[in-house]
Design a protein around this ligand. Sequence first.
Ligand code: ADP
Length: 748
Amino acid sequence: MNPQSKSSKNYLSRQLLTGFGISLATVGLTTLGLNYFLIQSKLEQELQQRAQSITQGVGFSTEGLIELGNTSIIKRIVQNYATLPSVVEVAIVSPNGQTLARSGAELQNLPYASIHPELAQVLEQAAQTGAETSLRTTVDGKPALVEILPFSSTLFGTRDRRGMTIAILDVEEMQLQAGQTFSASTLTLIVGMSVILALMAVMIQRSILQPLQRLNQAVTESQSTDYFVMPSGLSDNEIQFLAQTIQDAVTARVQAYQQIEQEIAQRKQIEAALQLAALAAEAANHAKSEFLANMNHELRTPLNGILGYAQILQHDPATTSKQHKGLEVIHQCGSHLLTLINDILDLSKLEAQKMDLYPQDFHLANFLTTTVEMCRIKAEQKGVAFHYQPDRNLPTAIHADDKRLRQVLLNLLSNAVKFTDFGSVTFTVEKVENRQQENTGFTRLHFQVEDTGIGIAPEKLASIFLPFEQAGKRDRNSEGTGLGLAIGQQIVQVMGSTIQVKSIPNQGSTFWFEVDVAAAADWLNQSETAHQKIIGYQGERRKILVIDDRRENRAVLRGMLQPLGFKLAEADDGHTGLDTALQMRPDLIITDVMMSGMNGLEMTRRLRHLPDFAQTPIIASAASLSQVDVQDAIDAGCNGFFPKPIDFTGLLSELQRHLELQWIYQLAPQTVESSVTASQTADWIVPPATELKALYRAAQDGFMADIQQEADRLKQLDRQYVPFANKMLELSQRFDDEAILNLLQPYL
Ligand code: ADP
């Protein structure tokens, strides 16, 4: 038992006993006071009665004797009465105040008032009034009760004065007696109270404190044992009830504890399992990322071969039209496979929030047309009308990530075609007039794809942008992966916007977004000629060194470039690449990045240390393309980065950029419109005649290079001449000097 409970126990017993003691003392003292008062008044009453009976007795027995004058008997009677207990003095006084008889003294006929002067006034009063008087006073310095009984006797013969019998009784003795009686009862009371208190202490101890003590001990023990043992010998009273309540509470508490402990143990188990699962998930995720990166690399390499050779053979003059169709199918399937690979790679980027953009300048109208053409064919195959409505005010060229933008548009367009069986798909591209953007070099473009297809249920509208979410029926979705919109949305978000959608089931859907794009400065319109076949380039033969550890990748580049007149050398790793470069001094190097032995970046770093290779253009061509890869390549000293599988047209424009090539095109078999209609020229601003002379001369002489030089000069002269100059360039690239002359003549 702890000290606190002990002291509280003592405190409780002390409190109880003090309480009882005070109550007992109060009752006892009150009783004592009352008792004392009663004893005293009873003794006083007795004293007074005795005094009265003495005075009456004396008066009665002496009346006759006084008449006879027998003083000796009177004196004896008085003496007799004076022997009674407590009697101090008995006396008979004549009406004139003379002492007729007085106990304890010889008759001397003295005036009684002179014997007891303190009684003089009372005696006089009693003698006159005749009233019996009883008073408490001090006689001879002692407390006394004086009883005066006046009487009249013929003997005295006076009418107005009376004789008196006087008895003086000792009060002190009576008080002493009362005191003795009071002391006896006080003692009895104290003893009685002590006994009662002792009995009570025992009772409290037995029936309250001891049971409480046992209860307390049981509760204390229950804290360490977790169960409550009911203390023995408790009487059936409140303490037992309290014990019962405590037992219930302890049982409930223990049960609650057990439950909490169980829950904690379970939670710990779950946490441990979760931790394991998280570790496993992390490991799996890591493995997945590694797998994706490897697969990406592994899949792109054979695709580079397939797509590369499809493109090479498409450009081969020996290819028949039947073979062309087959090659087209191979190219389309390969491209589709590439899209799937890209989607899967994008998904991992989406999960890691690592979607990057690689903006570049490109011709917008060409870009949109080629994108549209890819979907128009499918729409037409399904019998769905396809409307393409570009705004007339679209910028010629913009600076944006064309591959990503195409990816988004292709997804929206192919979805529209896929989910529409009747009616039409309408693709609108508009320039959003925005005054705030004036003179900022930025343009806001609004892209919208509207269809009259199956639509999307309202509750599915939000979830279609989540990965793997497909809103429609299985069979219709069998073509897709449910990733397109999730990736598209992420791309558009990185571009600073959001894809929005509205849809009515069975009526159709509209997807749209708006992005701000920068206008491309000094756009040289190469893409317009993309549909024309490049057969060579002007000027001396250029040497290109291709370094790649995969033979098929080297073969693709050789197949693409050799027919155009490039001199190619190959190396299969960085070391050989370095040696070959030193021997052949190439005009441009295309190198793979990941290679066993010395990799492409290390080789580039070493080459850049050699003065002869400080300026040689080096293009890194890798299967994976991330911001880190690009940055690494640039840091190592590469001038450009080109992804695999290699896009032929893209590669050519990259070569043109670095080697400043002038392509030679195969003349298109169809006759190009040689005249330019008034409506076409209406939009151009034509330079003044003086600026056109050199151009006209060059056209007359048929010097295409000069025409192109002049066109470039006009562009530099004023930006407003750019559309006109571009037209000149386009015509010169078609070697259509006649059309140029026709066009210039009206302005000279
Ligand atoms: P998927 O590869 O399945 O097309 P997406 O992410 O592109 O994946 O689209 C997700 C889902 O959104 C589709 O499966 C389809 O249910 C719905 N959806 C997208 N575009 C349309 C549309 N134009 N009409 C009807 N449903 C559409």
